[in-house]
Design a protein around this ligand. Structure first.
Ligand code: MTE
Length: 311
């Protein structure tokens, strides 16, 4: 078995960053904390200032996927169903101004602009994104744990799930004229999944703001789940009592479950999930790891659940 990704991350490393950093200081560590200008890391010229820290999160051993590939081989059905469509068709997508409305079962609903989101402590995290179609990429994302935003709105005791609703702009998204999915694209997580420190509200990648085709200006990335759970271009977040309907689950519930944790032991009805094609490779060249390699951090969320039933 190939074992080249090492996200067997010590628990210290997935503690929310402030706690982790203050703990390190308390221990007398000499950890360097510095916000870097976004431009240098990946040779990209930032369209917008993005300040983030590179110190808190361990980089896996995997080679980072070329930016050119990660921004031209995409799933974003609002711009078309082929992998090349989003880069080709998302140029007219206007993401300014942009706000996210947060409501539902919360004590303090609010509308927040991207400018405010950019003021959170942003950090770079290299996560692998494993698509349900059995390919994967390794991407340096920039964002902050979603839990920090959810804490601000104070979920009530009735809140058990989080529903994400994404943009639906027919004039700018040509894929919306085809009813391949129910629009707007929606996704959901259980509240404890959404509050897990690995779940990243993401504003950038490769040292720069997100390109339109990757979910500008704000998406989530849930590294232990199949890629479709990572909703792009989010406009609403609702805290809800019941498991929300989601776009892929509504389209084919036997193929795309609500949980969709990366699981080599549960095949998709039309293909195996045991191996994956790490792009740019042509063939399945890696074994798929349970929870995409993050089992140590997240498996306890599913203790006692039959993951062949809750796929
Ligand atoms: N979000 C929206 N709004 N629409 C989509 O079609 N596709 C999902 C997910 N988020 C999708 C979406 C799927 S299937 C995958 S694999 C990932 O986005 C792909 O993210 P990437 O193109 O940045 O690699």
């Amino acid at each position: 078995m190939t074992k080249d990704l090492g996200p067997k991350i010590p628990s210290s490393e997935i503690t929310p960053r402030d706690v982790y950093l203050s703990r390190r200081r308390f221990m007398g560590g000499t950890l360097a904390v510095g916000a870097l200008a976004a431009s240098s890391a990946w040779g990209a010229t930032p369209a917008q200032a993005l300040t983030f820290s590179q110190t808190a999160f361990p980089k896996p051993a995997d080679a980072v996927t070329d930016r050119a590939l990660a921004t031209t081989y995409n799933n974003f059905y609002e711009f078309g169903t082929s992998k090349a469509d989003p880069a080709r068709n998302a140029g007219k997508f206007n993401t300014k101004p942009w706000t996210i409305e947060i409501g539902g079962e919360v004590a303090k609903p609010k509308t927040i602009g991207v400018e405010e989101l950019l003021k959170f402590d942003l950090e770079e995290r290299v996560y692998r994104l494993r698509c349900v179609e059995a390919w994967s990429m390794v991407i340096p994302w920039i964002g902050f744990p979603l839990l920090k935003l959810l804490a601000q709105v104070e979920p009530t005791s009735k809140a058990r799930y989080v529903k994400f609703t994404t943009a639906s702009k027919p004039d700018e998204m040509p894929g919306l004229s085809y009813r391949v999915l129910e629009w707007p694209y929606t996704e959901g997580l259980r509240l404890d999944e959404a509050m897990h420190p690995l779940t990243l509200l993401t504003l950038g990648m490769y040292g720069d703001v997100l390109p339109n085709q990757n979910g500008a200006p704000v998406r989530i990335v849930v590294p232990w789940k199949y890629g479709f759970k990572s909703a792009k271009s989010i406009v609403r977040i609702d805290l809800v009592a019941d498991e929300p309907k989601t776009a892929w689950n509504s389209a084919a519930s036997n193929e795309y479950g609500f949980y969709s944790n990366v699981n080599p032991a549960v095949d998709h009805p039309r293909w195996s999930q045991k191996r994956e094609r790490r792009l740019p490779g042509f063939f399945a060249n890696h074994d798929t790891e349970p929870f995409n390699g993050y089992g140590e951090q997240v498996a306890s969320l599913y203790a006692g659940m039959d993951l062949t039933k809750f796929y």
